[in-house]
Design a protein around this ligand. Sequence first.
Ligand code: URA
Length: 244
Amino acid sequence: MPEALDAFLTRRTGWTWADVRRAIQCRRVQVQGVVCKRYHRQLGGDETVELDGAHILDGPDHGTLICHKPRGVACSHAPGDQPLIYDLVPPAWRHPNLQTAGRLDRDTTGLIILTIDGRFQISLTAPERALWKRYRIRYSGTLAAGASEQVAAGLVLADEPRPCLPARLTLEAPGVAELEADGGQATLELCEGRHHQVKRMIAALGGRVTDLHRDRIGALTLPDDLASGQMRALSAAQRSLLLA
Ligand code: URA
């Protein structure tokens, strides 16, 4: 079905109507390789649209992306939190309803899913689903003796009456990290997602997280060939790993 140029660009970029119209007015938009200044230009199904030289594809409106989040971007839509993870989304995949499924802190790196499919987002974040997530940690300080056992039993955080759900903490070179005065590395697997949970758990055990990277959600591992800062469409096979 034909669609007006400004409607198409608003839908596919997530920009406001006013910003899209400004871009059209400023000759930043081309249709079929020719600058187009008519907002209401009706697009045929196979006509190409470019914005600032980037081809804007009419991708699916139920798109889901797998992303390797770099350090320094916020999982937020608030302009005051810039730079945002949404700034990394290729124009063809931008959409006003695109949201991260859960959040990683600005200084956390690794696997995160973005989707415009509300039901899929809920299936990844709903507490009842208790999806396991794996975090690789570097920490400073010395963790309490028996740290892994405390985590397996349900760690109590200083400012919360309800203990954490039982989780799995694996210390790199077990026994050694506990003796080192200046920190170590560990892997923590959690099936809940409280605010800053990993950092708070490590703090409760006497350490301080200096580097945090998530490399697995459910049965889906961050692909080796997805470089930091990159994202791409989630494949059907990857989707089933998340729903397994
Ligand atoms: N726990 C944290 O403390 N930070 C994250 O980004 C994710 C889990």
